[in-house]
Write a protein that binds this ligand. Sequence first.
Ligand SMILES: NC(=O)c1ccc[n+]([C@@H]2O[C@H](COP(=O)([O-])OP(=O)(O)OC[C@H]3O[C@@H](n4cnc5c(N)ncnc54)[C@H](OP(=O)(O)O)[C@@H]3O)[C@@H](O)[C@H]2O)c1
Length: 239
Amino acid sequence: MLFGLEDTYGRVREIGIMKTVLVIGASRGIGKYLVDSLMPDYLVGTCSRRAVEVETDNFLSMRCDVRSPDDVGGFAQTVLQKFGHIDVMIYNAGLMLFDDLINARQTNLDEMYKVMVKGYLFACQAVIPMMSRVGGGHIINISSTRGLTAAPGKCAYSAMKRAATSITDSVRIENKQRGIKTTSLHLGMVYTESSREMYGEEWYSLFPIAQSDVFEAVKFVMSRSQHAHIDSMVIGGML
Ligand SMILES: NC(=O)c1ccc[n+]([C@@H]2O[C@H](COP(=O)([O-])OP(=O)(O)OC[C@H]3O[C@@H](n4cnc5c(N)ncnc54)[C@H](OP(=O)(O)O)[C@@H]3O)[C@@H](O)[C@H]2O)c1
């Protein structure tokens, strides 16, 4: 889709090509907020298991389960066919299944591993060749401050987020020559339905950040010039 000159947020207007952004895991919470906020200025492709299937000129929403490499690959391929190029992938799919180490349930470990580690790897494998073909792209992993530090009761979740950070670093190191940038966005608690459900009335004492803070950070890292890499960013509340 032809639009125009690049503005300070990396959007292209009037002439040139509007960027395509994939948001993986966006049926609710942070992912949904990002999709709604990106929509006016970008071509957006999004997927999750409970996605409502919608297609318009600048938007495609599909059902997809990141645990299946065929699903993720098929989603990326469908978006590529529709918009012609993929410039940014935001991997947001995640499960916050918190157990302490001693009581960690195997089902929780398996599910988080499939969604937060293997699913992310499958998504990177699908989009990197597509991005390389047009000179590069940007992979943004929605991580957590728990991917940097331990916290009581969150051993397995922290381990999955650290594994995803490690994948993000490998993607960057292995694909520099293909023009692939990566960013791990480590978030403190965010005000979403899932964190509200989890913490109930205690939630406000944990100083959640707003979903708009996450969007502003995404917009900022996406809009740096070609050789400016922001490998990692931490946005926390007051803890
Ligand atoms: N909320 C916080 O305080 C907080 C803080 C730091 C980091 N984070 C991270 O931010 C991300 C989003 O958090 P959130 O609070 O917005 O969570 P959420 O409301 O539970 O949303 C998670 C999203 O992931 C998708 N997803 C889960 N399993 C999937 C699968 N197998 N295939 C495809 N999509 C799948 C879900 O869609 P479906 O269920 O429809 O598939 C949903 O749209 C997560 O990675 C989380 O770890 C959150």
